[in-house]
Ligand binder design. Structure first.
Ligand code: BG6
Length: 527
């Protein structure tokens, strides 16, 4: 029987079913914002329903607007009902559980406050002291669901007010949203600023990709199964493709996106999390520092990305999922001659023994033909020798496709003989879909992250050095692109698979991208 050391309370909380998080007060800065409404509060509601939060759990919302606790709760209730009507709840059509919801809003308090004024934090301290008496909850989790320019100032003010000091037997933690910095220098500066106030183990930097079950499952696939790891290296793998294709444009985020672009928005964070899960060395345990140490090593081993191995694109007008859409340069708050990329494709090399010579091709873009996030591991071709002199023209490569979203699951393609007198070989596919095996969980993707933070498990959060190593890997390319603006934008039509140059990035290596979205369950095998 497997025994687990229960003195490690974090691990115990993760593995013991039904274990609740300890009593705590969650302070949400940005209580009136979109993130709080769409993700943070619905995730907490799901945790309440799953019985993961204790009675002594309370929420304090802080924001600039003048509103009452009742007004705040009303707007959250309306949002929950609207998302039910829109069928956005994971289990379609499911109504809000009135009992769980009223139990949750009963524990909510709203406080108006300017994030940069010391006076706000003085009042917050008093409110927390009152909550402590009422709920017996001395632990406090500060959630910064605010624009990035407030991260540093809020943490400084929390420090000045003494709110980050951890009393005996209680903790103070801070969740910081993306984007963590705009480049390497700003990420380093932000780390330096917040590490003056907090110790690293109080900081939980979010990358919401790590809240996705399928992303977490990559480590289980690799390390809980005996068959993959022996093949997981340059001797057996030809190359790896990582795709995050979106069918949305920049929506109402033009101002943010103009100074961000696809490279900053998706690559050193989300795509690199997938890269790390696929490429890192086995950690000695699932302990946060063991896992994050291996990730940092992988990022440090990324070969500097030359502009010759990178393609940028910007969408022109087109048709996405049957809807006509305008070009990026005509989106609200976007410059008519914008040089911001909405698509990026890269070829990366990793300088270590496992991966030397194995290209990792990454691509992501807005307004592409299909929404899909997946990793495809293409194995080396079997030698053809045996089939010489037979009608076999080609041997398809084995491809392991990990579908992160949608249609969560994985498939493995391999060759099989067509029935008949002749030797004819065709590609076939084995498929595993999550929904065939497991009941879907009510989830917006933030439940695990918030719960992990409450129990003190930082495995799924970014550490200062991993964030900086990731920025370091893309900084040269950011600089090169800033020096030489693209002269061919827009260079792909909305609703297409991206710019032609992205195809050439692979064809010059004698390879090709897998069609976007073709890894969905039973797409019909390409012959
Ligand atoms: C966000 C980016 O971090 O991730 C967005 O800012 C992007 O531009 C989103 O659309 C993608 O996340 P998901 O979970 O929808 O794949």
């Amino acid at each position: 029987m497997t025994t687990i050391a229960l003195e490690d309370t974090t691990t115990a909380a993760k593995i013991l079913p039904g274990r609740q998080a300890p009593p705590a007060i969650l302070v949400i800065f940005g209580a009136g914002g979109d993130l709080t409404k769409r993700l943070v509060v619905p995730a907490i509601y799901n945790l309440v329903r799953a019985g993961k939060l204790p009675d002594g759990f309370a929420i304090v919302g802080v924001d600039h607007d003048d509103r009452t606790t009742e007004g705040w709760c009303r707007s959250l209730t309306e949002m929950m009902q609207a998302s039910t009507r829109a069928g956005r709840r994971e289990r379609q059509g499911e109504a809000v559980d009135e009992q769980a919801w009223s139990e949750l809003i009963r524990r909510m308090d709203y406080m108006r406050g300017d994030f940069t004024e010391p006076e706000t934090f003085g009042r917050l301290e008093k409110l927390l002291a009152k909550q402590r008496e009422q709920n017996n909850a001395a632990n406090v989790l500060f959630y910064l669901a605010v624009a990035e320019r407030f991260f540093g100032p809020i943490i400084e003010q929390l420090g000045h007010a003494g709110l980050t000091l951890q009393p005996e037997n209680a903790w103070r933690r801070v969740i910081i949203e993306k984007p963590f910095g705009h480049d390497l220098a700003s990420a380093e500066a932000l780390n330096a600023q917040i590490l003056k106030v907090l110790s690293e183990d109080q900081i939980y930097r979010i990358d919401h990709f790590l809240g996705k079950e399928t992303v977490q499952n990559i480590l289980v696939l690799r390390f809980a199964n005996g068959i993959f790891e022996p093949l997981w290296n340059r001797d057996h793998i030809d190359h790896i493709q990582i795709t995050a294709a979106e069918t949305v444009g920049v929506e109402r985020r033009g101002r943010f996106y103009e100074r961000t672009g696809a490279l900053r928005d998706m690559v050193p964070n989300h795509l690199f999390q997938l890269l790390a899960m696929i490429g890192m060395e086995p950690p000695i345990s699932f302990d946060a520092n063991a896992v994050r140490g291996k990730k940092a090593e992988l990022f440090q081993a990324i070969h500097p990305i030359s502009p010759a191995n990178a393609v940028r694109g910007q969408y022109g007008a087109g048709t996405v999922l049957g809807q006509k859409v305008r070009d990026y340069r005509h989106e609200p708050e976007v410059a008519p001659d914008s040089g911001t990329e909405t698509y990026v494709a890269l070829k990366l090399g990793i300088d270590n023994w496992r991966w030397a010579g194995v290209p990792f091709y990454l691509r992501t873009g807005k307004y592409l033909s299909t929404r899909t996030t997946e990793v495809a591991v293409q194995f080396r071709q079997a030698p053809y020798a045996l089939f010489r002199g037979t009608p076999v023209e080609r041997l398809p490569a084995n491809i392991l496709r990990l579908r992160i979203q949608p249609g969560e699951g994985l498939s493995l393609s391999f060759s099989a003989k067509r029935p008949g007198a002749e030797i004819e070989i065709d590609g076939v596919e084995m498929d595993f879909a999550y929904r065939d095996y497991f009941a879907p969980l009510a989830s917006v993707g933030y439940e695990t992250l918030i719960y992990d933070c409450l129990i003190g498990d930082a495995t799924l959060f970014q550490r200062a050095d991993t964030v900086e190593a990731a920025w370091h890997a893309v900084q040269g390319l950011l600089d090169a692109w800033a020096r030489t603006p693209a002269d061919d934008f827009p260079n792909y039509a909305a609703g297409s698979a991206g710019p032609d140059a992205a195809d050439r990035l692979l064809s010059r290596d004698g390879r090709a991208w897998l069609p976007i979205g073709a890894g969905h369950p039973h797409p019909g095998l390409s012959k």
